[in-house]
Design a binder for this molecule. Structure first.
Ligand SMILES: [Cu+2]
Length: 105
């Protein structure tokens, strides 16, 4: 048996483009966002996982992207969907040294 050109085309259509959206994970152990830099694409999601013993936060001060997801207790997860291209910084309002930079293509 061989696949007809029609079924091959259908397979290609099914995997592009929405199936390409990626999920990135940022952890917070030791009051440090890990990784410190994320390269992502529009439509991707970032899962912020508080795997630390302290309360943290996802705060974006960058103009045009500003948001504050509020206090995130140990064990909690928050998922952020990236809806526009550009770059923004994520900080924690409780720990000023915490920083990760997100670049969205
Ligand atoms: Cu923090």
């Amino acid at each position: 048996m061989h696949k007809s050109p029609l079924s091959l085309a259908a397979v290609v259509f099914l995997v592009a483009p929405h199936a390409l959206a990626a999920e990135h994970t940022v952890t917070m152990a030791g009051s440090t966002y890990e990784p410190a830099r994320i390269n992502a694409a529009v439509g991707d999601t970032i899962r912020f996982v508080n795997d630390d013993t302290a309360t943290h936060d996802v705060f974006v001060p960058t103009a045009g992207y500003a948001l504050d997801l509020g206090a995130q207790e140990p064990g909690e997860e928050i998922v952020l969907t990236l809806r526009k291209a550009g770059a923004f910084e994520v900080e924690c309002v409780f720990h000023s040294h915490m920083l990760t930079v997100v670049e969205v293509e």
